[in-house]
Design a protein around this ligand. Structure first.
Ligand SMILES: N[C@@H](CCC(=O)N[C@@H](CS)C(=O)NCC(=O)O)C(=O)O
Length: 210
């Protein structure tokens, strides 16, 4: 049984990024479910190790690593093949900047705790929440669509960090029924990524403990 444990949740798009990185690199790991809807992320047992009370957390090499980008960066250094971030400084900066559109600018304001707060105490209903989610996904996707390649993936012939982040976010886009007609390149990349084994294995529908 593997010593590498991913503290994971079926609908977490941030944890999905880490599953993808682990599976793309062929790293053997165990997934431990932290049920966000049952509030398990806020329990003492979990916050004692991860004070932010968020998934993912990766237990690896004697460390409890948090924040999906930091975890993927660690995995990319520790298990360099296949690379998820380019070595060239300018290419690396570009890859990070596209990934940050999702990691920093879309996902944090569409997160569970944000839409729960919109409902209580602010009194918004599910319709408002969906409109909010669509607005911020649309804003981020409009920028990414311009940067997206006509063929292949953001990473070229093989997926990179941006493809990983896009895949996680597309799970939310599908769940909240974001119309994708304005984003044909993103839709194509998402569909082609979904045919790869590592992407199939990481999909929430294929999680054993989901
Ligand atoms: N920036 C963090 C975000 C982590 C995050 O927001 N995780 C969400 C699930 S996608 C979570 O644990 N939410 C719990 C909550 O909102 O209470 C990362 O990239 O790891």
């Amino acid at each position: 049984m593997s010593d590498i444990i991913l503290y994971d949740y079926i609908r977490s798009t941030a944890a999905y990024r880490v599953r993808l990185a682990l599976n793309l690199k062929g790293i053997d790991y165990r997934s431990e479910s932290v049920n966000l809807l049952h509030g398990e992320q806020k329990g003492d047992a979990y916050t004692g190790r991860n004070p932010q009370g968020l998934v993912p957390m990766l237990s690896i090499d004697g460390h409890d690593l948090t924040q999906s980008l930091a975890i993927v960066d660690y995995l990319d250094t520790r298990f360099p093949e296949p690379r998820l971030l380019p070595a060239d400084p300018a290419e690396r900066a570009k890859t990070l900047s596209y990934a940050m559109v999702i990691i920093a600018d879309v996902h944090p304001i569409n997160n569970l705790r944000v839409w729960q707060y919109l409902k209580d105490p602010f009194g918004h209903d599910q319709g408002d929440v969906v409109q909010w989610m669509h607005h911020w996904m649309h804003t981020g996707y409009s920028a990414l669509e311009q940067a997206a390649p006509e063929r292949g993936f953001f990473g070229g012939d093989a997926p990179d960090l941006v493809d990983i982040c896009l895949t996680g976010q597309m799970y939310n886009a599908e769940r909240f029924k974001l119309p994708m007609d304005k984003f044909p390149k993103l839709a194509r990349i998402h569909q082609e990524l979904g045919e790869l084994d590592a992407f199939k294995a990481s999909h929430p529908d294929n999680m054993e403990n989901g």
